[in-house]
Design a protein around this ligand. Structure first.
Ligand code: NAD
Ligand code: TYD
Length: 352
């Protein structure tokens, strides 16, 4: 087994923590350095089970901090980067876009510059792997799916900032020869997702008998994937993906928001020993999100054909596991739903 030192950015967040855990446990010969500046979405609790492993190191720091990145590259001589650090919530990008521009665009360029400087002339064996979203492709009507060649058409400040970072990553490949791969994934669900996103927010509200806010008529469609399957895809793409390529990752699992919430309500009624239909009474239609993308759907046939990847868990099983995790980790939920979260929640939903 070869030895490598990898930098994972945003490893204290939702998908990042599952990626860090997978790499630390599966590759004891790798040294995994996780840089995360612990925004509201970053939480070291997510990595408690790996924090004392010898091949793991956490650095609290900002990806925009070039001096720190320089120091880390000199010290650790990274051979690979898996870049997940980002501002990731569409609603926050609507009320405050600037943070998305600085972290998602400028932060990514800061990383690209330092990687280029330290790797130039010795690109062999190096990889800058950028994790992105299907939202860069825009919004679909009823038919069709996003492929890797679908033209970019981002429509929220979040997706525009991610699209911009994708373009810059590709530009560093074409202009400077930097070895890069990009993957664009659909909506994830699973343990440790901050309860501002639809599924954990709904679970938390159902549990606490609070209204479940459904935007518009609940007819928007998302393609859902269990986060462990995304982490597996990241592992596979990092090791077997072709340099310069883009891979779409998805669940082949489209749900209208309202149907998904109803399914979640049925699962929660059972788990909480409530009468069938009790949780559905909490569904509350609220003002729609500005510029709300209608439908996302991912064609991941390239990843399937080239690397043999596909989702391993069927959606209902995965969703039950997600619910079980939140119900048996109430202290995690309570601790992330602190004063700051409450202020965000009131700003976001009381006006609707
Ligand atoms: P998240 O918001 O849960 O976590 C982001 C992490 O990045 C946090 O730990 C945060 O502290 C850290 N971070 C933010 N700004 C930083 C900075 N300037 N310096 C260092 N660290 C910083 O996000 P997530 O849902 O885990 O998403 C991870 C990545 O995957 C993002 O790039 C996102 O665009 C992408 N993605 C997410 C989804 C999804 O469904 N959640 C789907 C496809 C792609
Ligand atoms: P979200 O989890 O924010 O992910 P994204 O916007 O990146 O797809 O939202 C998923 C879907 O659920 C999206 O169509 C918006 C909708 N939604 C609600 O209806 N109510 C909510 O409270 C939230 C957070 C989202």
């Amino acid at each position: 087994m070869s030895t490598k030192t990898l930098l994972i950015t945003g490893g204290a967040g939702f998908i990042g923590s599952h990626t860090v855990r997978l790499f630390v446990n599966k590759y004891p010969n790798y040294r995994i350095v996780n840089i995360d500046n612990l925004t509201y979405a970053g939480n070291l609790e997510n990595l408690k089970d790996v924090e004392s492993k010898e091949n793991y190191k956490f650095i609290k720091g900002d990806i925009k901090d070039t001096n720190l990145l320089e120091k880390l590259f000199s010290e650790y001589k990274f051979e690979g980067i898996i870049h997940l650090a980002a501002e990731s919530h569409v609603d926050r990008s609507i009320s405050g876009p600037m943070e998305f521009i600085t972290t998602n665009i400028i932060g990514t360029v800061a990383l690209l510059n330092v990687a280029k400087k330290h790797w130039e002339g010795e690109y062999s064996g190096k990889l800058f792997y950028h994790i992105s979203t299907d939202e860069v492709y825009g919004s679909l009507d009823d038919k069709g799916k996003f492929t890797e060649t679908t033209p970019y058409n981002p429509r929220s400040p979040y997706s525009a900032s991610k699209a911009s970072s994708d373009h810059l990553v590709r530009a560093y490949h074409y202009t400077y020869g930097l070895p890069i791969i990009i993957s664009n994934c659909s909506n994830n669900h699973g343990p440790n997702q901050f309860p501002e996103k639809l599924i954990p927010l709904a679970i938390n509200n159902i549990k606490n008998n609070k209204p479940i806010p459904v935007y518009g008529k609940g007819e928007n469609i998302r393609d859902w994937l269990y986060v462990y399957d995304h982490a597996d895809a990241i592992d596979l793409i990092y090791h077997k993906g072709r340099i310069g390529e883009t891979y779409n990752v998805g669940g082949d699992n489209e749900w209208k928001n309202i149907d998904l919430i109803r399914l979640l309500c049925r699962i929660m009624d059972k788990k909480l020993n409530r009468n069938p239909g009790d949780s559905e009474k909490l569904i509350t239609f609220v003002k729609d999100r500005a510029g709300h993308d209608k439908r996302y759907a991912i064609d991941f046939s390239k990843l399937k054909k080239e690397l043999g990847w596909g989702p391993s868990v069927d959606f209902k099983t995965g969703l039950e596991k997600t619910v079980d995790w939140y119900l048996s980790n109430s202290s995690w939920l309570t601790s992330v739903c602190s004063g700051e979260y409450q202020k965000y929640y009131d700003r976001q939903y009381l006006k609707r």
